[in-house]
Write a protein that binds this ligand. Structure first.
Ligand code: GLN
Length: 232
């Protein structure tokens, strides 16, 4: 199980979001606190963010552990954004170990991260050609990004077809965040200036809330909503 994080709010630097918190994604890459599957997240990492000049996000991914990308320490304080999606990866057995298998996956203005696993055989064959990798998460992303408005129904469909699937996903388009819980942890922090969704709290602020399992979370400038996912 990987760990992921998204921010929507006032401009915040990548270092403030990923590197500086005591238990941020950098620390979670070698010492997560709530991970149920896998122990470290050393099989790569990625981050994407939107800038006012362009609709499509920038993306930086690497197959190395986050702690091994020394240039990130130098660049991260200089990059600030109102919307950010990031992940550290613990590869599922049998999945490729290269940059293209690391979240976030992209299509148009959307980014997607997946914490979990899914049997690729239950995903529609039509999603394969546009997938960035043969990794289960990339094929899932390709299918979900065909129609982000259909996210809840597609997660239910995949979950029903593969009862062993874990389907915590995080999507963003620069103006809103969508997240699902289906088999793993997710926490929500309404912070001064914005909202954080993260696989686990990046610090010990008592304002973090655990999101229940099988929920769709929507974060938009006008607020946060949680809806049950297993009720069609
Ligand atoms: N299945 C995905 C992969 O292999 C995600 C793994 C995870 O969440 N740990 O990268």
């Amino acid at each position: 199980m990987c760990r992921h994080l998204a921010w929507l709010g006032a401009p915040r630097s990548l270092s403030a979001l990923l590197l500086d918190p005591g238990h941020g994604l950098l620390r979670q890459s070698w010492q997560p606190r709530r991970q149920r599957h896998g122990t470290v997240n050393a099989d790569g990492w990625g981050v994407g963010w939107w800038s006012p000049a362009r609709a499509e996000p920038a993306r930086w991914r690497s197959p190395r552990p986050m702690w091994a990308d020394a240039s990130l320490l130098s660049v991260a304080p200089h990059v600030s954004a109102t919307c950010v999606v990031a992940a550290v990866r613990s590869a599922t057995t049998g999945m490729p170990a290269d940059e293209t298998a690391c979240a976030p996956f992209a299509r148009g203005r959307w980014l997607l991260s997946h914490n979990g696993r899914v049997d690729r055989a239950v995903l529609p064959a039509a999603a394969w050609p546009a997938a960035e990798s043969v990794c289960d998460s990339a094929v899932l992303a390709s299918w979900l990004l065909e129609d982000p408005a259909d996210l809840a129904a597609r997660i239910r469909t995949a979950g029903a077809a593969d009862p062993g699937a874990r389907l915590n996903v995080l999507l963003a388009d620069g103006e809103r965040l969508l997240a699902t819980t289906w088999g793993d942890t997710l926490s929500l922090l309404v912070a001064p200036g914005g909202v954080v969704l993260a696989s686990e709290p990046y610090d010990d602020d008592p304002s973090w809330r655990d999101v229940p399992d099988r929920v769709l979370v929507t974060v938009a400038p006008d607020g946060v909503t949680l809806e049950p996912l297993d009720v069609p």
